[in-house]
Design a protein around this ligand. Structure first.
Ligand code: ARG
Length: 253
């Protein structure tokens, strides 16, 4: 009887040791892989290269450079924007690199890296629009936004907008404007500029940015070690020219 307990005990311990040895070491020596979530319909920050099917853009390139700096592999996942924070919190990926503006509200739920780029909201309109120049001109107008973005939030702050139509992706908001369903889109400057460039003659900026924002990489509150590493790597690639190289790749004009 005693002997069989001992043997069972030994087997249990051996199995446990084996399992521990086989587990990839994620927490202690840091992540084996950094899994990155982004909504890849936000060019030039993240989009799918139609030829290769790969997720490319400023953010994935930045994360790959950070991974290289840290000697950690980076995997990029294309996920829906709405729910991107809950997906991080529940562990579907480790970092959000998705043109995410650092906001006080989001800081309640996630930690942000040091800011990695400046941004701001603009109003985009159809090329033939002549009356909309500032947020105040949106009184009585229909506006499209990507849901749960700072553009959505800022549009809600503008008094007198007739309707705010919310879309799951930014390109859908622009399509609605092209189809005449709305008069304007409130969105991040560089993304508006990219849509304008990609659709010649269709859209233009109504005016300059009316907010100032900074993007940050978002991590789970518990991942403080990884956050520190990412900040260190970010500083290093800003220092060694890698950041500028990526910047110039997407913002050369
Ligand atoms: N900067 C805005 C925000 O943080 C929009 C970001 C949307 N990003 C995206 N990949 N769709 O809310």
């Amino acid at each position: 009887m005693k002997k069989s307990y001992l043997i069972t005990g030994i087997i249990v311990v051996l199995v446990l040791v084996l399992v521990l040895l086989l587990l990839p070491d994620r927490q202690e020596n840091g992540a084996a892989v950094i899994r990155v979530g982004c909504d890849a319909a936000f060019a030039p920050f993240e989009y799918v290269d139609t030829k290769t099917g790969e997720v490319v853009g400023f953010d994935p390139d930045l994360m790959r450079a950070i991974g290289e700096e840290l000697g950690i592999e980076v995997e990029v996942y294309n996920v829906a924007w709405d729910g991107i924070i809950p997906g991080l919190v529940s562990g579907n990926y480790d970092v959000i690199a998705s043109g995410m503006t650092i906001t006080e509200e989001r800081k309640q739920t996630v930690n942000f890296s040091d800011p990695y780029i400046n941004a701001g909201q603009v109003i985009a309109v159809r090329s033939d629009e002549t009356e909309i120049h500032t947020p105040a001109d949106l009184v009585g107008r229909k506006v499209a936004v990507q849901i749960s973005t700072t553009g959505h939030l800022e549009a809600e702050k503008i008094p007198g907008i007739a309707v705010i139509k919310k879309f799951n992706t930014s390109p859908d908001a622009f399509l609605e404007m092209a189809n005449g369903g709305v008069d304007a889109v409130v969105i991040d400057l560089a993304v508006a500029a990219e849509q304008i460039k990609a659709n010649p003659g269709m859209y233009k900026l109504a005016g300059p940015p009316f907010t100032t924002e900074e993007y940050g990489l978002a991590l789970r509150k518990s991942d403080t070690e990884l956050l520190e590493k990412i900040n260190r790597a970010l500083a290093a690639i800003k220092e060694n020219g890698k950041y500028d190289e990526i910047y110039n790749r997407y913002f050369s004009e």
